[in-house]
Ligand binder design. Sequence first.
Ligand code: GLC
Length: 566
Amino acid sequence: MTQAATTPGTADAGRPAPAPAGTPAAGESRGWWRDAVIYQVYPRSFADANGDGMGDLPGIRARLPHLRDLGVDAVWLSPFYASPQADAGYDVADYRAVDPMFGTLLDADALIREAHALGLRIIVDLVPNHSSDQHEWFQRALREGPGSPLRDRYHFRPGNGADGELPPNDWESIFGGPAWTRTANPDGTPGEWYLHLFAPEQPDFNWESPAVADEFRSILRFWLDMGVDGFRVDVAHGLVKAAGLPDLGAHDQLKLLGNDVMPFFDQDGVHEIYRAWRRILDEYPGQRVLVAEAWTPTVQRTANYVRPDEMHQAFNFQYLGTYWDADALRRVIDESLDAMRPVDAPTTWVLSNHDVTRHATRFANPPGGTQLREPGDRALGLRRARAATLLMLALPGSAYLYQGEELGLPDVTDLPDEVRQDPSYFRASGQDGFRDGCRVPIPWSGTAAPYGFGPAEGGPSWLPQPAEWAGLSVAAQTGDPDSTLELYRSALAVRRQHPALGAGDAVEWLETPPGVLAFRRDDFLCTVNTTAEPVEFAVDGALLLGSAGEQQPGLLAPDSTSWWAV
Ligand code: GLC
């Protein structure tokens, strides 16, 4: 069974010479990000150079050739900043320092330089909605007590009730429980409350404070000066809260997320912030980019984040949330492309990240959201995941891959309680309690854990890896034409060779039987069979690549996607 009719040959085939940051290669004048494939590295779990069981920057640096050989354009790194790790680094104590567990600023500098030398761009995470409660500003605000100017940089409020014993409003934390925690005054008496939309260790900044806005402009410049090519903006929809912090008037607010504009999410005021940031990025050479993590009710509202003077990309979470179903997929693809066209932005497709159950496990289960606890039918999940990836990579726009999906990794659904670290797992009714399952360190080689994640056989890894992962390692899959790793490598190589993939802002749908999708652009055709049966569908063209390998003439294999030259 072969997956690529056009064999990619060496992984470098068709790859442009590395462009140092700041000098866009020819043909990139419209923006390199418009059709870029960007790979998310989760630093805790990618590669551990010093053998302490936790991934680190030198580990990532040593493994960059894997990403070059895979054929991605850029790497997004989840946070590696100084942090007490109450939310795996999304609680930042110092935005200009590398946490010692990940390395040093010199390691970050070396990583950026080496990535550029290999032709890979680097996008770092920026966490502007909240800091760590250990951030110097927050600690001073607590120490200085009510009336301290530092309190203006966060949302401190007196409580309701006779003794201020009730939270200032009814907002609930995304991780469960009230979004407010009461402080103690410097003299030990009960004091004001502060807002945290996530964990209590993540106090929300007050973006009406000029000091906050100034600080983040300076942080942007710090990393731009270090040479990064862009920022993934964490909780980009959360920075501005409705004036007066009004009650929402409902419980179980998590269930409302994604359906409505909330007083703490997707407020129109956020856009002014991104316009200011865009002006800063545009001062720098080399097409630096902003990508929004913005969970909004509709793709139309997502489009607001990528208007021409704002960000460049916004993750398409409506697509991520769509099940393996032909009609639903076609609907969300059309809606997404239609929503982005008026703002002239690419759609940014994504199937997996560090916050959701991996798509190989989502599609192994019946439809059920993005936080699953059951492994489901693994073979089915993998078949569909491979097909879903080929569909995504054939669509116009940019796409993000999450580390380990190129190995077909499933979520680890049976982690014991004592190893779990997701803060929301330990808070009743939180949203994202099962995120550790997609964060297990990835396997590189060998037959014993940590499978090359760390330097020593039998060495530690911060989350345990399943025994079956020996067979899923990079080394085990390399050179096996049936492997998911080789499918990804071939797909990215074909995508580089066929400009129709990723290009444009529309697809031309062909008439198809139920459960089947087919679309073409120029001389490229993509067919998708989402059903469990082979479907008759004749294609007058040559197979470029298939998620199920070779096709029987005139038949589309169950749960498969194929790419054709027509
Ligand atoms: C984003 C991150 C997630 C984190 C949350 C709070 O959604 O992706 O991992 O827990 O923000 O920072």
